[in-house]
Design a protein around this ligand. Structure first.
Ligand code: ADP
Length: 510
């Protein structure tokens, strides 16, 4: 060992406590183990004493051979390693430690003249270096830096393991992919839901482990989202079981995650088993549809019998009796309307109504509805017209359903527009969509009600609407049909000025 490598640390030296730069070693929750390998006894002893005082578990070795034996026998968090020793050199010890315990941090102790060695040692994986001579403060600083580093690594590892335990114990399926559509994480619930029996899926392309086309398409779509949009994609799919009752219905949510520049780094997909919810919903729909169906025929027969009485075929009636029967018949008509709407709604919900689709000219369909309601509008002194539209727009859909949409919008416009008002229908091409609009100069819809008028049974209650019969189901039916055709419906309205309903449906050819 050269003279230049004489350390300022000596066994008799007082600890340097003046700087106040003791960087929080006491906060460390684990007891780090340190090995000092130095052929100079004075330095070994001084370092060991100081490290023990600081709460470390410190051991010493007087040369590379003994040091390596100790390293093979036990794991050390930090090794203070003299580079210049007789026998095995510090560099050889460094190489062995890197292969035996890659997580051990090595701080090399060097003399001024051997600064190149320190750089060399750093290149070979040393964490830091401590030039001789060094003071207790220097030693503390370099060791606390290493401890800080170990603690950060530990925090990351703890956080990772906590996340892994949490995600693995979730009942919902979680899949995380990178932007190359490779699996970065898939919890057991996810693998179970997609019936994947393999356990080693990390790093594999999703197409190798997922058969469900809906899922693959959602991940594709999420990854293609532009950085200025952030849409959570939602879908449902079913996994058939051996028996019909074993079928699972899974709700899927898929979102991309991004770096700070908005680039898509990957996707997170969450699967939730909604089988029970769907079954309860189905039971409710079945019940409503059963009740509606059961009351519809008796109501129709009551109406017919009432008509016989009202027409005087069962004997003469007084004016008072006629008036009462007229009001009764009105109420029963409202009830039949309700049961028809409920039946329509449950048919749409069970997917029955939308099965037969065909291609047709949408402007023609709207024009026929406008013609059909011309009489009814005229009777209320309303001007019902159709704006000249592009006659070539065609869509694919269930014609009866789309007729119901247009007829609902036109009858609503007639019902909610006072005499003398105007109603206009139109069909226009808007990019790849056909936009059907029905606007009126009627009562309008108060702003606070606008977001709710598509809810089932929701009706605006005010002085103007209270005498108009309705079920509050028409727009709910319209919305369900439009959405089943991959379309959208919006409304804009101003009280006492009128409303415009716009329906957009995908175009097939132009
Ligand atoms: P219903 O007309 O049977 O009450 P809807 O679902 O068709 O049920 O409509 C819900 C509510 O929306 C209606 O009660 C009415 O208050 C309002 N509404 C619908 N269309 C119009 C319109 N064109 N103008 C004003 N209000 C409307």
């Amino acid at each position: 060992m050269s003279n230049q490598e004489q350390s300022k640390v000596s066994p008799t030296e007082e600890k340097d406590r003046t700087s106040g730069a003791k960087p929080g070693l006491s906060e460390i929750s684990f007891k780090p183990t340190v090995l000092v390998i130095d052929d100079e006894k004075r330095i070994r002893d001084a370092c060991q004493r100081l490290l023990i005082e600081e709460g470390f578990d410190a051991d010493c070795a007087e040369n590379g051979e003994i040091g390596l034996k100790k390293i093979e026998a036990a794991h050390f968090d930090i090794i203070l390693l003299d580079l210049m020793m007789p026998g095995i050199s510090g560099f050889d010890v460094l190489a062995s430690v890197k292969s035996l315990h890659p997580d051990t941090l090595i701080i090399v102790i060097t003399g001024y003249a051997t600064i190149e060695h320190s750089i060399e040692a750093m290149k070979k994986g040393a964490f830091d270096f401590l030039p001789k001579p060094f003071s207790p403060k220097d030693l503390r600083l370099v060791v606390s830096k290493a401890i800080e580093y170990i603690r950060t690594l530990q925090d990351i590892a703890t956080e990772k393991s906590r996340m892994r335990v949490m995600i693995n114990s979730l009942g919902d399926g979680v899949l995380i992919t990178d932007n190359q559509k490779k699996v970065a994480l898939a919890n057991p619930a996810f693998l179970k839901m997609i019936c994947c029996t393999e356990s080693d899926v990390i790093g594999r392309p999703i197409s190798e482990i997922i058969a469900e086309a809906v899922l693959l398409a959602m991940i594709d779509q999420a990854l293609q989202q532009a950085s200025d949009t952030f849409v959570e994609l939602t879908e449902e799919f079913s996994i058939p079981g051996e028996r019909k009752e074993d079928e699972l219905i899974i709700g899927v949510r898929c979102i991309p995650f991004r770096d700070r520049l908005g680039r898509n780094l990957g996707t997170v997909t969450v699967l939730h088993d909604i089988t029970t919810l769907k079954k309860i919903d189905q039971l409710k729909s079945d019940f409503v549809s059963m009740v509606a169906h059961e009351i519809k025929s008796p109501l129709n027969s009551i109406l017919m019998q009432l008509k016989v009485v009202m027409d005087g075929l069962a004997g003469d009636l007084t004016e008072k009796q006629k008036e009462i029967l007229f009001r009764t018949s009105d109420k029963i008509k409202a009830l039949t309307m309700l049961s028809s709407d409920l039946l329509d709604l449950s048919k749409i919900e069970s997917g029955l109504i939308n099965q037969e689709k065909e291609e047709f000219n949408i402007a023609e369909l709207v024009r026929r509805q406008v013609d059909f309601y011309a009489e009814q509008a005229k009777a209320k002194s309303l001007e019902l017209t159709m704006r000249e539209t592009d006659p070539s727009i065609r869509i694919v859909g269930n014609k009866t359903n789309i007729e119901e949409v247009v007829s609902n919008l036109i009858t609503n416009a007639i019902r909610y527009t006072p005499e003398g008002g105007k109603i206009k229908a139109s069909v226009e091409k808007d990019k790849n969509y056909a936009r059907i609009q029905v606007s009126d100069t009627g009562f309008g819809i108060p702003e606070e009600d606008l977001s709710r008028i598509f809810d089932r049974f929701y009706r605006v209650k005010n002085e103007k609407t209270r005498f108009i019969n309705g079920t509050g189901l028409g727009l709910a039916i319209v919305k369900s049909i439009v959405e089943a055709h991959q379309g959208t419906i919006t409304v804009s309205s101003k009280t006492d000025q009128g409303s415009t309903f716009s329906v957009s449906l995908p175009i097939t050819s132009s």
